[in-house]
Design a protein around this ligand. Sequence first.
Ligand code: NAD
Ligand code: AHE
Ligand code: ZN
Ligand code: ZN
Length: 375
Amino acid sequence: VLAQLCMCEAAVAWEPNKPLTIEDVQVAPPQAGEVRVKILFTALCHTDAYTWSGKDPEGLFPCILGHEAAGIVESVGEGVTNVQTGDHVIPCYQAECGECKFCKSGKTNLCGKVRSATGVGVMLSDRKSRFSVNGKTIYHFMGTSTFSQYTVVHDVSVAKIDPKAPLEKVCLLGCGVPTGLGAVWNTAKVEPGSIVAIFGLGTVGLAVAEGAKAAGASRIIGVDLDSKKFDIAKNFGVTEFINPKEQEKPIQQVIVDLTDGGVDYSFECIGNVSVMRAALECCHKGWGTSVIVGVAASGQEISTRPFQLVTGRVWKGTAFGGFKSRSQVPMLVDKYLNKEIKIDEYITHNLTLAEINKAFDLMHEGGCLRCVLSV
Ligand code: NAD
Ligand code: AHE
Ligand code: ZN
Ligand code: ZN
């Protein structure tokens, strides 16, 4: 049976920073190599707010944002074999085709198959969008667009998961939690006994703490401007807390002094280029490695004295924590079901899609980690 065009509600971002509006959106049927997914739950990630702010050079308007979600396959296009109608899935903004130069390299989780299309808000086959409102094209976002009751994704961008998993929880495995865990396990490869510093204790930073604790780090130093984050952070493994506002010396100096020369690993989970510099410079001479996780606005650049690298510090970055999406997201779902990783603890709020603007407001309040919307 050929899938039909469907109508549903979605939150449309018409212009940067202008409140999203719930619209009746037409969603075209999935074409060859595409999958239409009924989204049941979606969370908001700081990156959605970043693109909505207009600071993302790849941001296109009008669009349907959202990339941390879970749902059920409604229909599939021609030639799709990895999922079928009724499968429980997590959309993956980082695709995994298994066949491109990136996928075959064994050196990265990035995939090149659909990136040229997902970066400009369209589907690969005809370079068109599957969304419209009263005949007006609405762009896709990150190849996922999960702030919609139905979305169309590439088949290489959808992970099939255990149907026993609660979708209202495992939606978080679409971005923030894997990013933090993977930054530690895949990108930095933190060893037991390491001293770790984490800049920014939002969901991503706390997942770094959880990953570092699991990896056997001996000290986990959390840095945030919001002192209220500390009590929460303790539950994720942070052992010491520093608020840069309460320090006289630059934060990198404070950390170097506290750690007999610097940390083994640091993680920037904010998206602030001066903090990225501090995160590199608080690393130990000779081996300290700093991982950039935060996404910085268009036009921002990082800097440090090259001497920092000459003397052995290493600067790295990570996307989706280095996890290969389609093959590893199901494994993370299983880890959650086996109580090996946390998810519930990151969910501080639950709202509906209609309340999405309130959810964006909440993100700027200290008490909010993840807000899950029922769609
Ligand atoms: P968040 O807003 O929940 O957390 C950021 C934290 O940083 C907050 O606790 C805030 O108080 C703190 N902070 C802000 N400025 C600070 C400063 N100058 N010094 C110390 N602390 C400061 O965000 P999140 O959802 O956890 O995401 C964190 C970052 O990671 C964002 O930039 C997001 O875009 C990025 N991200 C990247 C990836 C990736 O694959 N690389 C994936 C997900 C998110
Ligand atoms: N369009 C942005 C890039 C943003 C970015 O770096 N995104 C991360 C994921 S953030 C998820 O919350 C990522 O995976 N990047 C790799 C990729 O292929 O996009 C900009 O600033 O240009
Ligand atoms: Zn994200
Ligand atoms: Zn690939």
